[in-house]
Ligand binder design. Sequence first.
Ligand code: ATP
Length: 197
Amino acid sequence: MKIGILGGTFDPPHTGHLKIALTVQAALDLDEVLLLPANQNPLKQRCSSASSEHRLAMVQTMISKHESLSLSDMEITRGGMSYTVDTLGELSMIRQAEFWFIMGTDGLATIGEWKGVPRLAKMCRLAIVLRPPITQENALTMVPEVFQDKCDFVQMDPMEVSSTEIRDRIARRKPVTDLVTPEVLRYIQEKRLYTDS
Ligand code: ATP
């Protein structure tokens, strides 16, 4: 069993998240990609705008049509700071699988600051998503020594979308069609999320 892990705040989940999950799943022939909303990202100063319950519900509705994608509330249930090393430790106890932690090259810039990188490298490989002009060689210069032989690279055309942009657009009453799925849009509208962020 091969499982990919896509961590994030998902505040809200967007089409970039969906594309990265599906692209990596297909490229590395993974059986499943698990989307794991963080309770609190140790490297992000701001708290999430939407509650954990809303973020979980939005991810669930976004992935509902995709059999190979699933949602885990593990980090939210655990509470506190969401350290990837703790999450992989917990996951390896309950799932018999090989794990790939999915990340864009933006995330690579901070991986040196993560907690327990040597222990993390014993539990997973990295699925690194390259966007032009970043090459495999450029990306490897940012990868800690312990992960040098544990990286798989996936090419993906960039999608210029971020949760920050979506929150800003909604607060300014601008459309976000195509940046989120229709199901997520309906949820945001019904619950009146992000209108005053
Ligand atoms: P924010 O704008 O609030 O910082 P975000 O849009 O960057 O949020 P996160 O939830 O922090 O989203 O991202 C989770 C994961 O998804 C990270 O690994 C990140 O690299 C990846 N990701 C985010 N946006 C995109 C995108 N447009 N295309 C591909 N991957 C993305």
